[in-house]
Structure formats: C-alpha cells, structure tokens
Design a protein around this ligand. Structure first.
Ligand code: SF4
Length: 237
C-alpha cells in the first residue's frame, strides 16, 4: 500500500506531462536543435527575449554580436546607444537600462564580465545569484540554466507557457515562479535538461500558433482530448 501511494505521488507519475509531450511531438515534430550559448550570451539573449518574438530577439542578438566584439564593449557603451540597438525588442528602454546595469554589476561582483564560473554551483544557487540583478526574474534565470551550456533542469515559463498550462488544468492561475514549481512536480525524474527544453519549445509553439491569447483554436488542437477548457467549450455549444 505504501509503495502504491509512493508510486502515485512520485513526480511525473500521473503521466499528464508525458502525454502532452507525446501529442505535441506527434503534431509539430521534434523541435529543431537549439544554438547552445555560453551562460552570459544566453543571459543577454533571454533578457531581450521577454515578451518579444523569437525572430526579433535572434536578429537583435546577431546585430549586437556584429557591433560589439566583446560583451565588455556592450556594457561600456552609452545607455542611449544601447537603447537604439535594442529598439526592435519590447520595452527597449527599460531593457537597455537593466542590461547595462546587470553587466556592470556582474563585473563588479566577479572582477570581470563572465558567468562561466557558475558551472560549479548547484542549480538553485545559480538561479538565486542571477535573480539579484535588474531585469532577471525566474523566466530568465530558468532560460540561462536550461538553454545554455549549463544545461540544468528547469522550465522557463513565459506568457505562452502560463496560458497553455492553465488552460490545460496542469497548473492553477499563478505567477511564473509558482507555475514552474508546480510543473516541476509533474515532470518525470528521468527527464533531462534537454527534454525540458523541448517541452518549453513545444508548449511555446502551441501557444504561438493554436492556444493563442484570444480565441484559442481548440478544434484543431492536438491536446483537445485532454484539455478541460476544450471540454467546457464543447458542453456550451
Ligand atoms: S484545447 Fe484549446 S484551450 Fe486547450 S490547449 Fe488546446 S487550444 Fe488551448
């Protein structure tokens, strides 16, 4: 009996996340391989990418790399110049301010501008260390540890992830940190950092194309059979 209870309470034991993953891979195919960046480049990218379309953030990062030979040069550039360089991303003014301050504060704390030393720390320590800097919240810190060469287990919960997991009934309405914590309780212990990255990419794609903010397209959704929101809609029509 004790063993059965343990089985039921084990993370991932209810199988919902695995089922979501299977259906999404079947529908969209395996997500393309990601460019795995060093932690500092990933931090810069992730700060730009909040609430900004992926192709725009990718383009701005390419332009920053072309313009500045090192990230030290970006840190030392005048704020107005950084603002202009980021003008295509959402909240460019605020992000420029946060990015410059974060790069300066990392340099002051570490002695030079690098995050490579983080590899020696536990995931929780890395995330709380990163979250002390302006503009770095749970979404960005999860992206740095999960998508970069650090490759740790975490889920970067963006606006798409929040919306989709709430509609699916996987998590109640909550902020990104609480949603990630609750989702991680559903994640099978054997899932690697790479599988969590795939999960993030698949859910994001669903949120961008089908489970959109207004008028989700439940009729064509591969998850309609397991989604309480779709079931409610069916009973109302
Ligand atoms: S069935 Fe509808 S509400 Fe549920 S995940 Fe799909 S699009 Fe979103």
């Amino acid at each position: 009996m004790t063993e059965v209870l343990f089985q039921e309470l084990r993370p991932g034991a209810d199988g919902r996340l695995q089922q979501v993953q299977r259906e999404l891979v079947q529908h969209f195919g395996q997500p393309p391989a990601r460019e795995v960046r060093d932690p500092l480049s990933q931090l810069i990218y992730s700060m730009l990418a909040v609430r900004t379309p992926t192709e725009v953030s990718e383009q701005v990062l390419r332009e920053l790399r072309a313009r500045y030979t090192t990230w030290d040069e970006l840190r030392d550039a005048p704020l107005g110049e950084i603002e202009r360089a980021l003008e295509a991303v959402t909240f460019a003014e605020q992000k420029a301010l946060h990015l410059k301050a974060t790069l300066e504060q990392i340099t002051a704390r570490v002695g030079r501008l690098t995050l490579d030393f983080l590899a020696q720390y536990r995931t929780e320590k890395i995330r709380s260390w990163l979250q002390q800097f302006p503009g770095v919240g749970p979404q960005v810190s999860a992206a740095v540890v999960n998508f970069s060469t650090l490759r740790r287990r975490a889920i970067s919960v963006d606006a798409h992830h929040l919306r989709v997991t709430q509609r699916l009934g996987l998590t109640p309405r909550a902020d990104a940190a609480t949603t990630e914590e609750r989702l991680m309780r559903l994640v099978p212990p054997e899932w690697t950092a790479e599988q969590l990255d795939e999960h993030h990419q698949l859910v994001k794609r669903l949120g961008q194309t089908i489970c959109v903010f207004e008028n989700p397209r439940c009729r064509v959704c591969p998850l309609a059979g397991l989604c309480p929101t779709a079931a409610r809609q069916r009973t109302q029509t």
